[in-house]
Design a protein. Sequence first.
Length: 294
Amino acid sequence: MALSVSTFKTRTLTALFFVAAMGLGLFLSPVSYLLLFLFLLVVSWMEFAKLIDRIGQSTTHPYLLLGWILNGLAICLLLTNASFSVGGYALRDNLLLPLHLAGFILLIGGTFAHKPLVVKHWWWLAAGNLYLTLPWALALHLYGYGPLPAGEMFFSSSAWWMVVAIATMWTNDTLAYLLGSMIGRTPFSKISPKKTWEGTLSGIVSATLLVGWGLDRFMEDADLTPGAGYVMVFVLAVAGTLGDLFESKLKRLAGVKDSGRLMPGHGGVLDRFDSLLFALPVVFLFLRALSLKY
């Protein structure tokens, strides 16, 4: 896989802009954190529905899609805590029931408004709750989730686990792309023909060493034994690689290059966060395995 200078420049500029937007969302306030991931949920659902429509050669009724999105937003709020409030009003307590109710009504209406009803297509969309809604809901649940780093950080420690997950995914993706472009020779998978074994393994190893060192360096918690950070980041990198392959398979079945056009050089939300969708459940399960008190 030869390195394209123009492609790399476009990807880099877009990435820098998006890093800035992500930084504002993650660290500005709890509400900005909430809005960031609710935005990602909505856009990823829209992209996912288009892929499923192309794969199943059907059309998702707007009511059905909106119903899944509203229920997804409600599930996300269900997993939030008191940090997410406006003017002293907890968003979960005030918006959860209306969103669920509206989503349920739209689901019923959208399901029976589609003539004829394609059951297989409906279930493919329903699977989006596991693929999309659950990871984004866990992203909100992980806000302030322990164990947190000891001492002061240059960013809000409440977003610590999202920083770890995103840093792992971006380090893995970037170094896999760069090193694969330089030394890649052996195709990794027919699903993603541009990826090579050399690049994939280089990305996983590099992310494990770099982010794992940072995790072990800044975490001072009895539940994280020496070396646990490296293990966690390695598992995250592998999970992220599987998430990338899964989304590539969806795009191949749909016959498209990108899931969307939100980010030039990177495609849509699913293209950029495909690995994170698989990694977030791993972060949560890993922390739960360490200590049930969190």
